[in-house]
Design a protein. Structure first.
Lengths: 308, 351, 280
C-alpha cells in the first residue's frame, strides 16, 4: 500500500486520518447505538407522544389526540399525589439504609480476616437473587403464620403484637423497603469497595505516622476520596430505586389502599391492568421530569461541594 | 536498511503546536538520537516515524517514498517501547515471533529466526517463559528480540532504558551499541539522558519545546553548541553561564574582570564556561578568587562548587583527586579559547 | 485500618460481630426459602414459624420438576438470559473498546445519550414497546424479550467493558500494530485474551439481570408456552390455590443459575471497577 508520487500536502494527510478517526470508532459503536436508538430512544419519543393521546388498548382504533387532557387529569388525580409521596418515602427510606449498611460492609471487606473470599461471595448473593423471589420470600417472612419477623418485632416491642405489616396501610411500605435494603446492600458494597481499594495505601501509612486516630483517618482521608464515587452511586441508585417497581408490585400490589403505590407501580398497573396507555405514559413523563430535576439539582450540588 | 527523510514536519494537537518545522535526513545505517527534556516532542516525533501518530504537515519519506498515510504495519519499521509492551499472555518465543505469525510465515522459518535472535540476546534458556516471570533487563531484551526478528528497514527506540537501574542501563547501552554495529541498521533512539545520547549516537538531534535546537555529532554538540540551551543540556556537570557586558574587544564579567574575545562580533550577553575548562590555582594573583562551598570527591574527578568573589557560584571540575575542603580559599583560571559567547536570544556567537 | 484493630480488642470484637451480622442478614431469607421448600405440604402452615420442620421432604422439588410446567419456564429463561448476555457482551465489548481507546467527535454526546437511558424509568416505554412488539407480531415470543433485554443492558455493560479495557495498557495495541496487525486483529489476538475476566463478569452480570426481569416479561408474554421463570411463578400464585412448598422449591431452583454465575464473577466486578476507577 505504498504510494509515493502524490504532491506533498497537509490536506491529504488531514483527510485520510481524520476520516479514519471518525469512521473507525463509529464502526465499533454502531451496533450499540442502533439497538439503543431502536429499542429505547424511539419508544421514548413514542411514549411521550402517547401521553398526549387517549389510548385504551381494549378499544383499538379509537386513539385520539387529547392534548393536555391527560395532564390535567393527572393534576387532579389523588392517586398520583399519594404515589408521589410514597415514592419519596420508598426511595429515601431504602437509600439511607442501603447506603449505610453497604458502606459498613465495604469498610469491613477492606480489612483482612480469615475466609474473606467466601464471606464476600456469600454477602453479595442478595444481588443475584431474582427480584421476584426476593419479593415472595420477604412477603413470607412478614406473614405471621409462616414467617418469624412479626414475632421477633413483637418480642422487641416494635409491634404491639405479631401481625402482617403488609396489610397495614401505615406500615406496609416498610415491608418492600426491608426487601429492597436486603437486595441493594451488595450494590453499594461492591462499588464503594472498588473505590476504597483505589485509595493508595501510602496515604493511610502517612496518616498513621502523623498520629491520626481511626476516626480521623476515616473522616479526613477515606471519606473525601470516596466522595465522588458516593455522589455518583447515590444519584444513580436513587433513580433506580425510584423506578423500581418489582418488589412493591409483587409484595403488596400497591395496596393496601394505595399506601404502597409508588409512581412506577402506578404506571405499571395503569398500563398492565387497565391497559390505558395514554394515561400511563402521562404518569411516566411526570416521573421522568421529576427525576430529571433531581439529577440536575444533585449535579449542581456536587459541583459545589465535592472537590477532587 | 533505509534512508529516512523528514521534511518540514509539523505536529498539532488541536490548536496546540507540538512540533515545528523539523528537517532531518537520516542516512542508511545511521544511529540518530533524539534528545531533549520532557515534553519537547521527541517521543511524538518518533511515533510519527512509526506511524502511530499522524503528521500534521510536511513529508516523511523512506527511501524516497512518501509514507505519511501509510499504516504502521506497512512501513516495515520495528519499535522498542519504553514499557516494552510485551504480550502478557504469550511466552517469550511467541512474543518475538508474533510479527511473523501475523504475516503467516511458516512455523519452521519463524522458530529458526526466533532461536537466532534469542541466542544473540542471551535469551535461549528463557523462551518458554511468560513476561511476568522475567526481570526488567530480560524483558527489555525480549522487546529488542521482537524487533530484531522482523529484520526491519529501521529500528525505533522509545526511551528503552529509563525503567532500568543504573548498572543495568550501562550494560544494555553497550548491547544496543553492539547491536547497531552488528546489524548496521538505521536506528532512531529517543532519550532524555544526554549520556546515552553522547555514547550511542552517530548524530544527535536536540529538541526543546517542539523546535530542533541543533543537529550534529556528539563532539560537535559538545564543542560548538549552537545556542545556550544545547550548551547547558549537553555536558555534565552543566556549563556555567555568566551574565556579561560587552566591551570593545570582548566582555566584562560582573566582578570587573575583562576577557578578550577576538573575532567575535555581535551583542554578547552571556558567557559560558564548562566546569572542566576552569582550573584551580593559588588564590594569590588569580583573576578570579573565591571560597569552596561544596566539594565532591568522586575519586576519578573532583567537583568543586565555588563562590567566586563578586561573581557568584561557579562549578569547577578537576581531574583526579584534589585535597580541598569546604571553606578553602582558591583561585580560578579559564582555559584559553574554551569560552562560549551567547547573544541575548541565546544564539551562540562564534568566529 | 487493620492495624488499629490489632491494637484494640474491642474493635476486633466489633469487627467479628459485624461479620456475623452481615452473614446472617444475607443468608437468613435464603435459608428460610430453603426451609419452606423442604417442608411437606401439611406442615407448612402448622409449623410455619419453626426454624426447621419436623420432617423434611424433597417431594416439593420432584413435584415441581415433573408435574408442572416448571422445566419449560426454566428453559425459556435460560435461553433468553444466555442469548441476551452473549449478544450484549459482544456489542458492549465493541462499544466499550471504542470509548476506551478512541477520542472521537461526538463522544460526549454519545456518553450523554447512554446516561440518559440509565435515568429514565423503563416503565416509561413499556406501552410503546408493547405496541411496537405487537405490531411486529412478536408478542409472546422469546426474541422480543431478548431484543429488549439486550438494549436495556448495553449502557451499563459498555461502562463495565470500558473499565476493563482501561486497565490494559494502550502500548500493547501499538506494539501489535507495529508487528503487523490491523487494529481489529490487535483487539482480537492481543487485547481480548487479556480481558477474559471482564467478558466473564459482564456476561454474568447481564445474565443475572435478564434472569430476574419481571415486568417486561409479564407485559410481553402471556402464553404459557413462552413464559419465563418469573412470569410462570407469578401466574402460579394467581391461578391455582397456591402450593407454597412447590413455589418455594421452584424458587430455590431458580436461584441456582444466577447465584452460581454471580459468585464466580463478583470478584472480577470489583477488580474491573477498581482498575477503571484508578485510571480515572
Amino acid at each position: 500500500m505504498t504510494q509515493g508520487t502524490q504532491a506533498p500536502g497537509a490536506t491529504r494527510a488531514h483527510q485520510r486520518f481524520v476520516w479514519s478517526r471518525l469512521i473507525e470508532p463509529y464502526l465499533y459503536l454502531t451496533p450499540a447505538l442502533v439497538l439503543i436508538a431502536l429499542v429505547m430512544l424511539i419508544p421514548l419519543v413514542v411514549g411521550v407522544s402517547y401521553s398526549f393521546q387517549s389510548i385504551m388498548l381494549l378499544k383499538p382504533g379509537e386513539a385520539e389526540w387529547v392534548a393536555l387532557d391527560n395532564y390535567l387529569a393527572l393534576w387532579s388525580d389523588k392517586k398520583f399525589w399519594i404515589s408521589l409521596e410514597n415514592t419519596l418515602v420508598w426511595t429515601f427510606g431504602s437509600l439511607f439504609f442501603q447506603f449505610t449498611l453497604g458502606l459498613g460492609l465495604a469498610l469491613l471487606l477492606n480489612t483482612r480476616f480469615p475466609m474473606k473470599r467466601l464471606f464476600q461471595a456469600i454477602v453479595f448473593l442478595p444481588w443475584a437473587v431474582p427480584t421476584f423471589l426476593t419479593a415472595l420470600t420477604w412477603a413470607w417472612l412478614f406473614n405471621p403464620v409462616i414467617g418469624p419477623l412479626p414475632h421477633w418485632l413483637a418480642a422487641i416491642g416494635i409491634l404491639p403484637e405479631p401481625f402482617n405489616i403488609l396489610g397495614d396501610p401505615d406500615l406496609a411500605i416498610w415491608g418492600p423497603i426491608a426487601a429492597n435494603i436486603w437486595f441493594g446492600v451488595p450494590f453499594f458494597a461492591i462499588t464503594l469497595l472498588a473505590a476504597l481499594q483505589s485509595i493508595p495505601s501510602e496515604l493511610y501509612e502517612a496518616a498513621e505516622i502523623d498520629g491520626a486516630t481511626a476516626w480521623q483517618t476515616f473522616t479526613k482521608i477515606t471519606l473525601p476520596f470516596l466522595a465522588p464515587m458516593i455522589a455518583i452511586t447515590v444519584m444513580l441508585r436513587t433513580i433506580w430505586i425510584a423506578n423500581f417497581a418489582d418488589l412493591i408490585f409483587i409484595m403488596t400490589g400497591g395496596g393496601p389502599a394505595n399506601s404502597t403505590q409508588i409512581l412506577s407501580t402506578y404506571i405499571f398497573t395503569t398500563a398492565f391492568k387497565k391497559l390505558d396507555f395514554g394515561y400511563a405514559s402521562t404518569l411516566a413523563v411526570a416521573l421522568l421530569f421529576l427525576l430529571f430535576v433531581y439529577a440536575v439539582v444533585l449535579l449542581a450540588l456536587r459541583r459545589r461541594f465535592v472537590r477532587l | 536498511m533505509a534512508r529516512l527523510d523528514l521534511l518540514g514536519i509539523e505536529k498539532r494537537f488541536g490548536s496546540i503546536e507540538v512540533l515545528r518545522d523539523v528537517n532531518l535526513s537520516i542516512a542508511d545505517g545511521e544511529f540518530i538520537v533524539l534528545v531533549g527534556p520532557s515534553g519537547c516532542g521527541k517521543s511524538t516525533l518518533l511515533r510519527m516515524i512509526a506511524g502511530l501518530e499522524d503528521i500534521s504537515a510536511g513529508d516523511f519519506l523512506i527511501d524516497g517514498e512518501r509514507m505519511n498515510e501509510v499504516a504502521p504495519r506497512h512501513r516495515d519499521i520495528a519499535m522498542v517501547f519504553q514499557s516494552y509492551a510485551l504480550y502478557p499472555h504469550m511466552d517469550v518465543a511467541r512474543n518475538m515471533g508474533f510479527s511473523m505469525e501475523i504475516r503467516g510465515a511458516e512455523a519452521s522459518v519463524r522458530s529458526s529466526r526466533v532461536a537466532a535472535a534469542a541466542r544473540t540476546l542471551g535469551l535461549d534458556r528463557l523462551t518458554q517463559r511468560l513476561p511476568r516471570a522475567l526481570s526488567g533487563g530480560q524483558r527489555q531484551r525480549v522487546a529488542m528480540g521482537r524487533a530484531i526478528v522482523r529484520e526491519p528497514r529501521a529500528f525505533l527506540f522509545d526511551e528503552p532504558l529509563s525503567n532500568l537501574d543504573a548498572a543495568l542501563r550501562v550494560e544494555m547501552r553497550l548491547e544496543i551499541a553492539r547491536l547497531h554495529r552488528r546489524l548496521n541498521a538505521t536506528m532512531v533512539y529517543v532519550t532524555h539522558d544526554q549520556v546515552e545520547a553522547l555514547t550511542l549516537a552517530d548524530r544527535i538531534v536536540v529538541l526543546n519545546g517542539g523546535i530542533v535546537q541543533q543537529i550534529g555529532t556528539p563532539l560537535e554538540l559538545y564543542q560548538t553548541p549552537a545556542n545556550r540551551f544545547v550548551a547547558q543540556f549537553i555536558g555534565s556537570p552543566t556549563m556555567n553561564i555568566l551574565g556579561v557586558s560587552r566591551t570593545e574587544r570582548g566582555v566584562r564579567l560582573a566582578n570587573g574582570t575583562e576577557i578578550a574575545l577576538p573575532g567575535i562580533d555581535g551583542p554578547v550577553a552571556e558567557l559560558g564556561i564548562r566546569p572542566e575548562h576552569l582550573d584551580i590555582t593559588d588564590p594569590s594573583g588569580a583573576a578570579l578568587t573565591g571560597t569552596a562551598d561544596v566539594v565532591e570527591h568522586l575519586g576519578s574527578d573532583t567537583n568543586v562548587y565555588v563562590l567566586v568573589d563578586g561573581l557568584g557560584p561557579l562549578m569547577v571540575r578537576q581531574h583526579g583527586h584534589i585535597g580541598l575542603r569546604a571553606g578553602d580559599r582558591l583561585g580560578l583560571t579559564i582555559q584559553p579559547g574554551q569560552t562560549h559567547a551567547f547573544a541575548t536570544d541565546g544564539r551562540a556567537l562564534r568566529t | 485500618m487493620a492495624v488499629a484493630a490489632r491494637r484494640n480488642p474491642l474493635l476486633t470484637l466489633g469487627k467479628y460481630a459485624a461479620i456475623l451480622f452481615y452473614l446472617g442478614f444475607a443468608l437468613f431469607p435464603l435459608y428460610w426459602l430453603l426451609k419452606i421448600a423442604i417442608t411437606p405440604d401439611k406442615l407448612i402452615f402448622t409449623e410455619g414459624t419453626a426454624f426447621w420442620p419436623s420432617t423434611t421432604t424433597l417431594g416439593n422439588f420432584t413435584k415441581v420438576i415433573w408435574q408442572t410446567d416448571f422445566l419449560r419456564f426454566f428453559w425459556n429463561s435460560l435461553i433468553v438470559s444466555l442469548v441476551s448476555a452473549a449478544i450484549t457482551t459482544v456489542i458492549a465489548a465493541a462499544s466499550g473498546y471504542a470509548f476506551s481507546r478512541f477520542r472521537f467527535r461526538g463522544q460526549k454526546l454519545v456518553i450523554a445519550l447512554m446516561l440518559l437511558t440509565q435515568m429514565f424509568p423503563l416503565l416509561m416505554i413499556i406501552a410503546p414497546i408493547y405496541k411496537i412488539v405487537a405490531t411486529l407480531g412478536l408478542l409472546n415470543s422469546l426474541s422480543s424479550l431478548i431484543l429488549v433485554y439486550t438494549a436495556f443492558n448495553i449502557p451499563f455493560a459498555t461502562f463495565l467493558m470500558q473499565s476493563f479495557f482501561d486497565g490494559i495498557p494502550k502500548d500493547l495495541e501499538d506494539a501489535a500494530m507495529m508487528d503487523g496487525c490491523t487494529r481489529f486483529q490487535a483487539l482480537r489476538k492481543v487485547i481480548l485474551p487479556l480481558t477474559l475476566p471482564g467478558l466473564g463478569a459482564t456476561l454474568g452480570f447481564i445474565f443475572t439481570a435478564a434472569w430476574s426481569e419481571v415486568l417486561f416479561a409479564l407485559m410481553l408474554i402471556r402464553s404459557e408456552d413462552s413464559m419465563t421463570f418469573p412470569v410462570g411463578m407469578l401466574t402460579f400464585v394467581s391461578k391455582f390455590s397456591v402450593d407454597w412448598g412447590q413455589m418455594m422449591a421452584a424458587g430455590v431452583l431458580a436461584l441456582i443459575p444466577s447465584c452460581l454465575f454471580f459468585i464466580f464473577i463478583q470478584r472480577y466486578l470489583v477488580q474491573g471497577l477498581t482498575s477503571g476507577a484508578v485510571k480515572g
